[in-house]
Design a protein around this ligand. Structure first.
Ligand SMILES: C[S@@+](CC[C@H](N)C(=O)[O-])C[C@H]1O[C@@H](n2cnc3c(N)ncnc32)[C@H](O)[C@@H]1O
Length: 206
Protein backbone atom coordinates (compact mmCIF):
# COMPACT_ATOMS: atom_id res chain seq x y z
CA UNK A 1 0.00 0.00 0.00
CA UNK A 2 1.37 3.42 -0.89
CA UNK A 3 0.55 6.83 0.57
CA UNK A 4 0.37 9.58 -2.01
CA UNK A 5 0.72 13.20 -0.99
CA UNK A 6 0.77 15.08 -4.30
CA UNK A 7 -1.92 17.70 -4.91
CA UNK A 8 -3.66 18.99 -8.02
CA UNK A 9 -4.58 22.59 -8.87
CA UNK A 10 -8.06 22.02 -10.24
CA UNK A 11 -10.76 24.67 -10.06
CA UNK A 12 -13.37 23.92 -7.39
CA UNK A 13 -15.70 26.84 -8.21
CA UNK A 14 -18.11 24.68 -10.25
CA UNK A 15 -19.00 22.66 -7.16
CA UNK A 16 -22.19 24.68 -6.43
CA UNK A 17 -25.36 22.58 -6.10
CA UNK A 18 -23.32 19.50 -5.30
CA UNK A 19 -23.82 17.59 -2.06
CA UNK A 20 -21.72 19.01 0.74
CA UNK A 21 -18.83 16.55 1.01
CA UNK A 22 -18.77 14.58 4.23
CA UNK A 23 -16.86 11.60 5.53
CA UNK A 24 -18.61 8.25 5.91
CA UNK A 25 -18.63 7.51 9.70
CA UNK A 26 -16.36 4.62 10.71
CA UNK A 27 -19.20 2.30 11.80
CA UNK A 28 -20.86 2.72 8.38
CA UNK A 29 -17.83 1.02 6.79
CA UNK A 30 -18.77 -2.18 8.65
CA UNK A 31 -22.43 -1.93 7.55
CA UNK A 32 -21.26 -1.53 3.96
CA UNK A 33 -19.80 -5.06 3.96
CA UNK A 34 -22.68 -6.68 5.87
CA UNK A 35 -24.41 -9.86 4.60
CA UNK A 36 -27.65 -7.81 4.43
CA UNK A 37 -26.13 -5.56 1.80
CA UNK A 38 -25.17 -8.60 -0.26
CA UNK A 39 -28.88 -9.45 -0.34
CA UNK A 40 -30.19 -5.94 -0.99
CA UNK A 41 -27.48 -4.70 -3.29
CA UNK A 42 -25.46 -7.53 -4.81
CA UNK A 43 -22.25 -6.24 -6.37
CA UNK A 44 -22.88 -8.12 -9.63
CA UNK A 45 -26.11 -6.13 -10.12
CA UNK A 46 -24.31 -2.79 -9.64
CA UNK A 47 -21.19 -3.38 -11.69
CA UNK A 48 -21.50 -6.82 -13.36
CA UNK A 49 -22.89 -5.71 -16.74
CA UNK A 50 -19.89 -3.41 -17.29
CA UNK A 51 -17.01 -5.72 -16.36
CA UNK A 52 -15.24 -8.29 -18.53
CA UNK A 53 -12.32 -10.62 -17.76
CA UNK A 54 -8.93 -8.99 -18.29
CA UNK A 55 -10.12 -5.45 -17.61
CA UNK A 56 -8.35 -2.88 -15.46
CA UNK A 57 -10.93 -1.29 -13.16
CA UNK A 58 -10.40 1.68 -10.82
CA UNK A 59 -12.57 1.77 -7.67
CA UNK A 60 -12.10 5.17 -5.98
CA UNK A 61 -13.65 5.51 -2.51
CA UNK A 62 -13.46 1.72 -2.22
CA UNK A 63 -13.89 1.54 1.58
CA UNK A 64 -13.54 -2.04 2.86
CA UNK A 65 -13.82 -3.34 -0.72
CA UNK A 66 -17.47 -4.36 -1.03
CA UNK A 67 -17.15 -3.64 -4.76
CA UNK A 68 -13.38 -4.11 -5.23
CA UNK A 69 -13.39 -7.78 -4.17
CA UNK A 70 -16.21 -8.89 -6.53
CA UNK A 71 -14.56 -6.77 -9.24
CA UNK A 72 -11.34 -8.76 -8.70
CA UNK A 73 -13.31 -11.98 -9.24
CA UNK A 74 -14.97 -10.58 -12.37
CA UNK A 75 -11.76 -9.35 -14.04
CA UNK A 76 -10.10 -12.72 -13.37
CA UNK A 77 -6.40 -13.56 -13.17
CA UNK A 78 -5.51 -11.45 -16.24
CA UNK A 79 -7.29 -8.36 -14.90
CA UNK A 80 -6.49 -5.78 -12.24
CA UNK A 81 -8.46 -3.73 -9.73
CA UNK A 82 -7.02 -0.40 -8.59
CA UNK A 83 -8.55 0.48 -5.22
CA UNK A 84 -8.13 4.00 -3.79
CA UNK A 85 -9.39 5.52 -0.57
CA UNK A 86 -8.41 8.44 1.65
CA UNK A 87 -8.71 6.14 4.66
CA UNK A 88 -5.62 4.00 5.30
CA UNK A 89 -7.65 2.12 7.91
CA UNK A 90 -10.30 1.16 5.33
CA UNK A 91 -7.63 0.04 2.87
CA UNK A 92 -5.94 -2.11 5.50
CA UNK A 93 -9.30 -3.89 6.00
CA UNK A 94 -9.72 -4.24 2.23
CA UNK A 95 -6.28 -5.82 1.92
CA UNK A 96 -7.01 -8.20 4.80
CA UNK A 97 -10.29 -9.27 3.18
CA UNK A 98 -8.63 -9.63 -0.25
CA UNK A 99 -5.84 -11.77 1.19
CA UNK A 100 -8.36 -14.04 2.91
CA UNK A 101 -10.31 -14.39 -0.33
CA UNK A 102 -7.17 -15.20 -2.35
CA UNK A 103 -7.66 -12.07 -4.48
CA UNK A 104 -4.81 -9.89 -3.26
CA UNK A 105 -2.73 -10.51 -6.43
CA UNK A 106 -5.42 -8.85 -8.54
CA UNK A 107 -5.80 -5.76 -6.36
CA UNK A 108 -3.50 -2.76 -6.13
CA UNK A 109 -4.65 -0.72 -3.12
CA UNK A 110 -3.34 2.79 -2.56
CA UNK A 111 -4.09 5.42 0.03
CA UNK A 112 -4.92 8.61 -1.86
CA UNK A 113 -5.49 12.19 -0.85
CA UNK A 114 -8.69 14.10 -1.66
CA UNK A 115 -7.09 15.78 -4.69
CA UNK A 116 -4.96 12.99 -6.06
CA UNK A 117 -5.94 9.36 -6.60
CA UNK A 118 -2.26 8.51 -6.97
CA UNK A 119 -2.65 6.23 -10.00
CA UNK A 120 -1.00 8.43 -12.63
CA UNK A 121 1.18 5.48 -13.64
CA UNK A 122 -2.00 3.94 -15.14
CA UNK A 123 -2.67 6.88 -17.45
CA UNK A 124 -4.80 5.81 -20.42
CA UNK A 125 -4.89 2.19 -19.17
CA UNK A 126 -8.18 1.97 -17.26
CA UNK A 127 -11.28 0.33 -18.80
CA UNK A 128 -13.80 1.21 -16.12
CA UNK A 129 -14.05 3.52 -13.09
CA UNK A 130 -16.68 2.51 -10.51
CA UNK A 131 -17.74 5.18 -8.02
CA UNK A 132 -20.26 3.48 -5.77
CA UNK A 133 -21.94 5.54 -3.03
CA UNK A 134 -18.86 7.74 -2.90
CA UNK A 135 -19.03 10.63 -5.40
CA UNK A 136 -20.97 12.82 -2.95
CA UNK A 137 -18.02 12.54 -0.54
CA UNK A 138 -15.44 13.85 -3.00
CA UNK A 139 -14.63 17.46 -2.23
CA UNK A 140 -13.07 18.35 -5.59
CA UNK A 141 -15.34 16.82 -8.22
CA UNK A 142 -13.88 18.71 -11.23
CA UNK A 143 -10.38 17.68 -10.16
CA UNK A 144 -11.51 14.08 -9.70
CA UNK A 145 -13.13 14.00 -13.15
CA UNK A 146 -9.99 15.40 -14.75
CA UNK A 147 -8.00 12.54 -13.22
CA UNK A 148 -10.59 10.00 -14.42
CA UNK A 149 -10.35 11.47 -17.92
CA UNK A 150 -6.56 11.01 -17.91
CA UNK A 151 -6.73 7.47 -16.56
CA UNK A 152 -9.49 6.09 -18.79
CA UNK A 153 -8.86 4.55 -22.18
CA UNK A 154 -10.79 6.37 -24.93
CA UNK A 155 -13.22 3.43 -24.90
CA UNK A 156 -13.41 3.44 -21.09
CA UNK A 157 -16.46 4.16 -18.95
CA UNK A 158 -17.25 5.90 -15.68
CA UNK A 159 -20.00 4.28 -13.59
CA UNK A 160 -21.58 6.35 -10.81
CA UNK A 161 -24.13 4.92 -8.34
CA UNK A 162 -25.68 6.92 -5.50
CA UNK A 163 -28.38 6.02 -2.98
CA UNK A 164 -31.66 7.90 -3.49
CA UNK A 165 -32.55 10.04 -0.48
CA UNK A 166 -29.01 10.03 0.88
CA UNK A 167 -28.18 11.95 -2.28
CA UNK A 168 -31.23 13.94 -3.46
CA UNK A 169 -32.32 14.02 -7.10
CA UNK A 170 -31.15 17.65 -7.32
CA UNK A 171 -27.76 16.76 -5.90
CA UNK A 172 -27.39 13.86 -8.33
CA UNK A 173 -28.40 16.18 -11.18
CA UNK A 174 -25.68 18.61 -10.00
CA UNK A 175 -23.13 15.78 -10.05
CA UNK A 176 -24.16 14.89 -13.61
CA UNK A 177 -23.99 18.57 -14.61
CA UNK A 178 -20.42 18.62 -13.32
CA UNK A 179 -19.65 15.47 -15.36
CA UNK A 180 -21.06 17.10 -18.51
CA UNK A 181 -19.03 20.27 -17.85
CA UNK A 182 -15.94 18.04 -17.68
CA UNK A 183 -16.86 16.68 -21.13
CA UNK A 184 -18.33 13.31 -20.11
CA UNK A 185 -21.38 12.00 -22.01
CA UNK A 186 -24.19 10.11 -20.32
CA UNK A 187 -25.05 6.79 -21.98
CA UNK A 188 -28.16 4.67 -21.35
CA UNK A 189 -28.71 4.67 -17.57
CA UNK A 190 -27.74 1.38 -15.90
CA UNK A 191 -30.50 -0.63 -14.19
CA UNK A 192 -29.50 -0.70 -10.52
CA UNK A 193 -32.87 -0.95 -8.74
CA UNK A 194 -35.46 1.60 -7.62
CA UNK A 195 -33.64 2.89 -4.53
CA UNK A 196 -30.57 3.96 -6.44
CA UNK A 197 -29.68 6.49 -9.11
CA UNK A 198 -26.92 5.67 -11.54
CA UNK A 199 -25.14 6.89 -14.64
CA UNK A 200 -22.76 5.35 -17.14
CA UNK A 201 -20.57 7.96 -18.78
CA UNK A 202 -18.16 8.03 -21.70
CA UNK A 203 -15.04 10.19 -21.35
CA UNK A 204 -14.47 13.28 -23.50
CA UNK A 205 -12.77 12.62 -26.82
CA UNK A 206 -9.17 13.74 -26.64
C1 LIG B 1 -19.84 5.47 1.65
S1 LIG B 1 -18.20 4.84 1.47
C2 LIG B 1 -18.44 3.75 0.06
C3 LIG B 1 -17.46 2.63 0.04
C4 LIG B 1 -17.59 1.64 -1.14
N1 LIG B 1 -17.56 2.30 -2.43
C5 LIG B 1 -18.82 0.80 -1.00
O1 LIG B 1 -19.73 0.92 -1.85
O2 LIG B 1 -18.88 0.02 -0.05
C6 LIG B 1 -17.31 6.19 0.73
C7 LIG B 1 -15.79 6.02 0.76
O3 LIG B 1 -15.20 7.11 0.05
C8 LIG B 1 -13.98 7.46 0.69
N2 LIG B 1 -13.61 8.82 0.25
C9 LIG B 1 -14.12 10.01 0.65
N3 LIG B 1 -13.55 11.02 -0.02
C10 LIG B 1 -12.66 10.46 -0.88
C11 LIG B 1 -11.76 10.97 -1.87
N4 LIG B 1 -11.68 12.28 -2.12
N5 LIG B 1 -10.99 10.12 -2.55
C12 LIG B 1 -11.08 8.77 -2.32
N6 LIG B 1 -11.90 8.22 -1.39
C13 LIG B 1 -12.68 9.05 -0.69
C14 LIG B 1 -14.31 7.29 2.18
O4 LIG B 1 -13.15 7.13 2.97
C15 LIG B 1 -15.19 6.04 2.16
O5 LIG B 1 -14.41 4.88 2.34
Amino acid sequence: MRTNTRTSNSDTTVNSGLPKPHQCPWFMQYMLVSPLRRLLEPAHRLVGPHVKPGMTVLDPGCGFGYISLPLARMVGPQGLVLSADVSSWALARLEHRARKAGLIDRIEARVCNPRDLGFDDYRGAVDLVTVIHALHEFEDLPGFLEQVRRLLKSTGRLLVVELKGHVTQDQFAAEMHCCRLAGFTELDPPQVGPKRQAALLAPPMS
